[in-house]
Design a protein around this ligand. Structure first.
Ligand SMILES: C[S@@+](CC[C@H](N)C(=O)[O-])C[C@H]1O[C@@H](n2cnc3c(N)ncnc32)[C@H](O)[C@@H]1O
Length: 198
């Protein structure tokens, strides 16, 4: 199997093979963000790619943003589009090496880009990076293929089992407001950090 490392993803951006990129903010995430009132929330977008969610957040008054990706190319793209963002916003790093403290982690086609053997590490890392009461919000794919990715999918049953020792599952259900090309293909999730995981 292809090694899904930094070079692999960087090359996909250089070759313009970015079929996952919606070209705009994901609808369900946009609608969720639109009803947040606290603009001081500290928000992390891991595996952010071209980070359309970051642009949407920034243009809607959220400035405590951290945009993380281990491929350099999309971060460079975003720098050109949003020169107003502080340099500290950009984190060119492996998610699993990152340290920090956030109120919200936005999930948009990052989890599905990881080899399934890293899923538990994703859960543990996200738990570690969130403040008390912090949560993951976003979308997960709802198809079960875990061999032919990326993207790698999963079922609600499996996602529940994976997250429930570390997170309260506030929402994990079929998404009703997906972007057209993702209709019927994603679950909306909101998972709040439990006081003591495990
Ligand atoms: C499928 S793309 C999704 C990008 C973006 N979220 C979007 O929806 O357009 C997955 C992204 O995760 C990044 N990535 C994969 N594994 C990573 C890791 N361990 N640490 C940081 N970034 C990672 C890749 O470089 C890529 O930009």
């Amino acid at each position: 199997m292809t090694l899904l490392n930094k070079q692999y993803w960087q090359q996909r951006y250089l070759d313009n093979r970015t079929g996952w990129d919606l070209g705009t903010v994901s609808q369900p995430i946009k609608q969720y963000i639109a009803q947040l009132t606290d603009k001081n929330l500290n928000i992390l977008i891991p595996g952010a790619g071209n980070a359309h969610e970051a642009s949407y957040l920034f243009h809607n008054g959220f400035e405590n943003l951290s945009i993380l990706d281990f491929a350099q190319e999309p971060l460079n793209n975003l720098r050109k589009q949003l020169p107003e963002l502080k340099e500290a916003t950009y984190l060119n790093q492996n998610y699993f090496d990152h340290t920090g403290a956030y109120d919200i982690i936005i999930e948009q086609t990052f989890f599905c880009a990881l080899e399934p053997r890293f899923r538990e590490s994703y859960v543990e890392k996200s738990f570690e990076l969130l403040n008390k009461g912090g949560f993951i919000v976003g979308v997960l794919f709802n198809f079960e293929d875990k061999l032919n990715g990326p993207p790698f999918g999963g079922s609600i049953k499996e996602y529940r089992l994976l997250f429930e020792s570390y997170f309260d599952i506030n929402i994990m259900e079929q998404c009703y407001n997906s972007t057209e090309s993702r209709k019927g293909k994603e679950f909306f999730i909101k998972l709040t950090k439990r006081n003591n995981g495990n």
